[in-house]
Design a protein. Structure first.
Length: 462
């Protein structure tokens, strides 16, 4: 890997992010009647997309917002411009990554799917998001935030709307925890603007649909699991190399599962919620491949997992896959709404690096240049620890971009434990574990779920 390229300045990157920040600052105060300085920021934001197909519409929307007459369509235009600016940042960062790792990129173009969602619910969600923008983060209160509840409740039974419903539910929960906004000590302006913009664009008919463009038949070789936890939800995303049965070039794919989660289930207990829905997690935990037969796959490389199209394969060592198959695998194509710097997660394999620790910060020096390791992303629901990463000699990781720099998120490492070479995986407990700490966490989760089921049954009997 040419790590020197990852440290070089990218022209125009800071200017694009500053334009996004100008809009985000206006959203903090609210878009009902922006202050003069915020109105000037909106004008600068609109100027950032001058010369693009969005230019005229965004300039009009920024002007109406500045004089307090903006409608929902204007907010959609502003959200689209913000998404486009961050998309350009994403593309510039990914171009640098592709050059640094020397791996072939995927072919551009993800066809837009047809909408199957209920238009009235999308309109209701858009109305709530518009009210939220008018109030702003500092002007929001429980009355404004609670407006999401009936919309989410109506959306959840519809599979076509579940992605947007989950986003709105989690977003509203975060906002409610900071209400009233006027007394909030800290406002995560970039994060909340990200969630607001994405949710608003997902209310457009067809935007939330997965575009299934192909089927996958062949061997799936897992590299590692990226686990995400939220108080109300959990998601496991398996990164893997797919080798088509027809002998064409291997390519990187992902397979994910997300489930609702009680806030009492934490750590290794989340696997109990995820495991029943995806046999791939057991295969990861056991170090096996999967054989796929006509598994649906989107244009962005996401497998629409179905147990009917998968069966367990032969043993497959993730580090053998990383050394042999990963360098020749074609990268996935990013879906239009996913073009965001925070969504960059490129599987890479590193060895022969040196490790440095300074005031708790961990750094790998690769080819003479440092790359920071984000140990905060290592989940507690697995045997991988920051200490194991610090003592490692080889690492499978996701290359990300955060806080203005490229960083590594370890998925698995080869290290030495009690004078014995071992491989430790973040998803090592995905299929179950005999580890004492993992067993205790699983038992605690089992007890918590039993109590919740008993209480739910009691409520239903009433």
């Amino acid at each position: 890997m040419r790590t020197d390229l990852l440290l070089e300045t990218i022209p125009g990157l800071d200017e694009a992010l500053e334009a996004v920040d100008s809009f985000d600052r206006a959203l903090v105060d609210g878009l009902l009647r922006p202050r003069p300085d915020r109105a000037a920021g909106l004008a600068e934001f609109a100027h950032a997309v001058a010369g693009t197909p969005l230019a005229a519409r965004v300039a009009e929307a920024a002007g109406r917002t500045a004089d307090g007459s903006a409608g929902e369509d204007d907010f959609v235009a502003l959200a689209a411009a913000r998404t486009a600016l961050l998309g350009s940042v994403h593309d510039a960062l990914m171009s640098r990554v592709e050059e640094a790792i020397g791996r072939p990129g995927g072919e551009a173009g993800v066809p837009a799917p047809e909408s199957r969602a209920a238009v009235n619910l999308l309109t209701a969600a858009r109305s709530w998001l518009a009210d939220l923008a008018r109030a702003g983060w500092q002007g929001m209160d429980h009355d404004v935030v609670s407006g999401a509840a009936p919309v989410v409740a109506a959306m959840l039974p519809d599979p076509a709307l579940r992605r947007l419903a989950t986003l709105l539910d989690g977003f509203a929960a975060e906002l409610a925890a900071s209400c009233p906004g006027a007394s909030a000590k800290r406002v995560p302006a970039r994060r909340w603007a990200d969630l607001w913009s994405r949710a608003l664009l997902l209310t457009l008919p067809g935007a939330a649909e997965d575009s299934v463009t192909d089927t996958a038949t062949g061997r799936l070789l897992p590299l590692g699991v990226d686990l995400h936890e939220h108080p109300t939800a959990a998601q496991a995303q398996v990164h893997a190399v797919f080798e088509p049965a027809d002998g064409t070039a291997p390519r990187l794919v992902r397979a994910g599962i997300a489930v609702p989660k009680p806030d009492t289930v934490v750590g290794a207990g989340v696997w109990q919620l995820l495991r029943p829905h995806m046999s791939l997690l057991a295969a990861v935990g056991e170090g096996r491949s999967m054989e796929l037969d006509a598994m649906p796959v989107t244009g962005a490389g996401d497998l629409i997992w179905s147990e009917a199209h998968a069966r367990q394969g032969e043993p497959a060592d993730a580090f053998v896959t990383a050394r042999v198959a990963l360098p020749a695998a074609t990268d996935t194509v990013t879906a239009p709404l996913d073009r965001h710097p925070a969504r960059i997660a490129v599987p890479v394999f590193l060895e022969g690096y040196t490790v440095q620790q300074d005031d708790g910060a961990l750094t790998f020096t690769v080819a003479g240049h440092p790359l920071e390791v984000d140990t905060d992303r290592i989940p507690a629901a697995g045997p991988l620890t920051p200490e194991a990463v610090a003592g490692s000699g080889a690492c499978i990781a996701l290359l990300r971009w955060d806080a203005g720099a490229y960083r590594l998120q370890p998925l698995a490492v080869e290290t030495t434990v009690r004078k014995k070479a071992v491989a430790l995986h973040a998803g090592g407990w995905a299929g179950g574990t005999t580890d004492k700490a993992g067993v205790r966490a699983e038992k605690a989760a089992t007890d918590a779920m039993a109590v919740l089921r008993e209480r739910a049954g009691r409520l239903l009997r009433k």
